[in-house]
Design a protein. Structure first.
Length: 253
């Protein structure tokens, strides 16, 4: 992979970015005026696959199967423009939102191959619906960067981990994980909780003040709807996801 990257950079200049987890290096396209659009916020369109050397421009459609064919097509004399050879990589480090976005894409991309798919299909969920609503499936070891997992863990991993654990325990039929979207759930979320008294709720709260407030406001809505609710605090002042990852699971489940 490193070999293909350095061979490609020898031809095209420094890659604008390298998408390790997808095995692509992205360059300004040498076949159309791609790099000249950088000033206006243009994005590079030329990808080289780091596994097999396949290359393709998303804009002008130039493509070929190997770096050798790229060299041939450009001509032996062709050289990248000076600005392209100046290292632009690494660009700005990705933001938390971009990282999360990537984690979500990863989860979405595997939903149809996941064990959850049979269930979803049974409930009438089509691939189209899954796509439109962005359904995803949390896998125990997602093929994404460590930093993406960390970012995800800080916000929505509680939910993914809980769902995953429920799956491992084979409790899908009678247990579902509900994600309330942050410490202050929206009015819609509260309404949903009031309108679904047929369930028995178990709240796994964070040990901090925000966790206490979350549990109080969520239980108020659940009780208002007439359902039973219990709040549990994981041991050792751990957040639920940390506790579950370290082997804890509420014994009453
Ligand atoms: Zn092009």
């Amino acid at each position: 992979m490193e070999n293909i990257l350095s061979a490609a950079e020898e031809i095209l200049g420094t890659a604008v970015r390298v998408e390790d987890h997808r095995n692509w290096a992205i360059f300004w396209c040498p076949f159309h005026n791609d790099a000249s659009r950088e000033e206006e916020g243009g994005q590079p369109n030329f990808g080289v696959n780091l596994v097999n050397g396949y290359w393709k421009c998303l804009r002008c459609g130039a493509s070929g199967g190997s770096l050798k064919s790229l060299r041939t097509k450009l001509g032996q004399e062709w050289k990248p423009s000076v600005s392209v050879t100046t290292p632009t990589r690494p660009k700005r480090p990705p933001t938390q939102v971009q990282l999360l976005d990537e984690a979500v894409s990863e989860a979405r991309s595997c939903v149809q191959r996941s064990p959850a798919w049979n269930y979803l299909a049974e409930r009438g969920v089509t691939p189209y619906t899954a796509l439109v609503y962005g359904l995803g499936y949390g896998i125990p070891a997602p093929r994404v960067h460590r930093e993406i997992i960390d970012a995800a863990r800080q916000s929505m991993f509680d939910m993914l981990i809980t769902a995953q654990k429920i799956h491992q325990l084979g409790r899908e039929a009678d247990t579902v994980a509900v994600y309330t979207n942050g410490a202050s759930p929206s009015a819609k979320m509260h309404q949903w909780l009031r309108e679904h008294p047929q369930y028995e709720y178990l709240l796994l709260r964070d040990p901090d003040k925000a966790g206490v407030e979350w549990a109080q406001s969520v239980s108020a809505s659940i009780r208002h709807g007439g359902a039973k609710v219990r709040t549990l605090r994981p041991p050792d002042e751990l957040d639920p996801d940390e506790a579950i990852l370290s082997g804890w699971w509420p014994s009453i489940l």
